[in-house]
Design a protein around this ligand. Structure first.
Ligand code: 5RP
Length: 231
């Protein structure tokens, strides 16, 4: 009998459920944002109800807070905990050397803050997110509103092909912190470290979506089964 080929959505669900196995009783858990992280959060909600798992969640977006609250996951703010035991999140692209682009869902700032205070950091993705080199996915840069057009022009002059992120209604996208996102259409990022350092220096840039040397483990859903890589 021929095996059923899993859809991308099914792969996301599979990695979400797999990642939840790393969450142990009494842990403080960073809860990522996006469609893949949603499956992991649903699974934690199930474990809390059916298996009496006891955890505290620290969320990375308003959307995740809403989902976690609806599932009855106890939450604390990042400033109310000393550290986070484990954060599980997804990514938009992961390169062979474990660098990543995040922020497709616009939550890069809180995601990076929570990840920075985490003892362990796991990414869960379907195989479409694995790339040789970062850059095909537009790199999100969160910027304050004041002077955003100046930054936009600056990026344009540098050949970074910037686009203000917009909503379906054509309005500028506003992050949970009240900022704009400028997506840089770079196609290839030859040196993510150098680009990250450059973006860190621009006045008005709050954060960028390059997550470099941060992740400890990557769980990948592939059509041939789950693969786990340790960094
Ligand atoms: C949100 C993110 C997401 O983790 C990333 O966009 C992946 O999302 P999805 O699981 O829906 O593919 O960085 O800011």
């Amino acid at each position: 009998m021929r095996e059923k080929v899993l859809t991308q959505e099914e792969l996301k669900k599979q990695v979400g459920i797999e990642a939840a196995k790393y969450v142990k009783n009494e842990m403080i858990v960073g809860l990522g944002t996006g469609s893949t992280a949603n499956y992991m959060i649903d699974e934690l909600g199930r474990k809390i109800k059916e298996e009496h798992l006891k955890i505290i969640g620290v969320t990375t977006s308003k959307a995740t807070s809403k989902q976690a609250q609806a599932l009855g996951i106890p939450l604390k703010a990042i400033d109310e905990v000393e550290y986070v035991d484990l954060t599980i999140d997804s990514a938009d692209e992961i390169s062979e050397n474990f660098h990543g682009i995040k922020g497709g869902g616009g939550a890069l700032l809180f995601e990076k803050i929570v990840a920075s205070y985490s003892r362990q950091y796991i990414w869960i993705v379907d195989e479409s997110k694995l790339v040789k080199q970062l850059g095909a996915f537009p790199l999100p840069v969160e910027v304050v509103k004041y002077g955003a057009k100046q930054l936009y022009r600056f990026f344009e002059n540098k050949g970074y092909h910037p686009h203000f992120r917009t909503t379906n209604e054509g309005k500028k996208f506003i992050t949970d912190s009240g900022n704009y996102i400028i997506d840089l259409h770079l196609e290839v990022i030859a040196n993510p470290i150098i680009l990250g350092e450059e973006l860190d220096k621009f006045v008005g840039v709050v954060e960028h979506g390059l997550f470099l040397n941060m992740v400890n483990k990557v769980i990948v859903g592939t059509k041939k089964g789950l693969r786990t890589y340790s960094n």
